[in-house]
Design a protein around this ligand. Sequence first.
Ligand code: SAM
Length: 294
Amino acid sequence: MEKLSNPKETIQVLQKHEFQFKKKFGQNFLIDPHVLDKIVDAAQITEDDFVLEIGPGIGTLTQYLCECARQVLAVEIDKNLIPILHETLSPYENVEVRNGDILKQDIREIAQTYNAGKPIKVVANLPYYITTPIIMELFESRVPLANVTVMVQKEVADRMKAQPGSKDCGALSLAVQYYAKPYIAAFVPPNCFMPRPKVGSAVIRLECREEAPVQVADETLMFRLIRASFNQRRKTLQNGIANSSELSFSKAQAAEAIEKAGLDANIRGEKLGLSEFAKLADLLAEESVNGGKK
Ligand code: SAM
C-alpha cells in the first residue's frame, strides 16, 4: 500500500469508505509529504519515544510517526474514522487507536501507562476549533511533557510566540511561554490539505520547560490576573483586576499592588510580561492574606 501522503492514495481510501468530512471536527487532512517530514523532524522523535497523536484522521501523520517512534497512541473523536485507521495502520505493530475526545482523556494516566510516567511527546495537526483548550489542558493538567509539536492556524502560532507589549501578545502567549519555549518550524499553505482550509497554517514546537521562567507563589492567581488583563484590553490594569469575575480585589487593592510593583497607575495589562504579572500576583496574594476587599 502507498503512503497516504500521496494524494491519490488518500482519495482512494476516502472513496472506498465513502467518507464524509465533518466541519464540526475541523477535518483537514494533510496531503503533502514535505510537510509531514517537517512535522516529524520538528518533533525530534527517536526510536525510544512514546508519542501521543491527537486527531489522526485517516492516519496520514500517524504512518510517519509509527516509522520513527517506539510506540504511538492515536486518539480520534470521529468513530467513522476508526475502521479506516485500522486499515491504513495495519502494517504497523507499534500503534494503538483510541476512539474518544482528547479533552476527556486522562493524559497523565496515558503517560504513566505507556511511558512509565516519563515525559511524552505530543504531535498533532490540530482541529483548529479547539486548539487553545487542548494546549492549555496539556499544560495545566501537569502532564509530563517533553515537547508538543502541532500544526495550528498561522495567527495562533504568531500569538504563541508574541512578546509582551506587541499587538499579538495575549493570555495564550504568556501561558505558552510560561510552560514552554516556542519554535516555529514551518509555514504551511492551504493547498497542503484536503479539503483546503481558508487560513494559512504553521507547525510550532513547544519545548517544555523543566523550570518555570518566573517564580510565583500562586500560579492560579497569576493566570487569573493575566486573563483579567487581556479580556479587557481597553481598560487600565486597575479596572481590569477590579472588574474580573475570577478575582475579588477592589480597585484600591489593585492600585496599591500596582504602585508597590513600581508600575504606572494607569498602565494597561497588555504592556506587562510574565515577571511583572508574577510580582503583582505575589503582592495581591499578600493583600488577600491581610484582609478582604477594601
Ligand atoms: N492528523 C490528520 C492529518 O494530519 O491528516 C487529521 C488532522 S484534522 C486537522 C483534525 C483531526 O482531529 C480530525 O481527524 C478530527 O476528527 C479530529 N478531532 C477533532 N476534535 C477532536 C477531539 N476533541 N479529540 C480527538 N480528535 C479530534
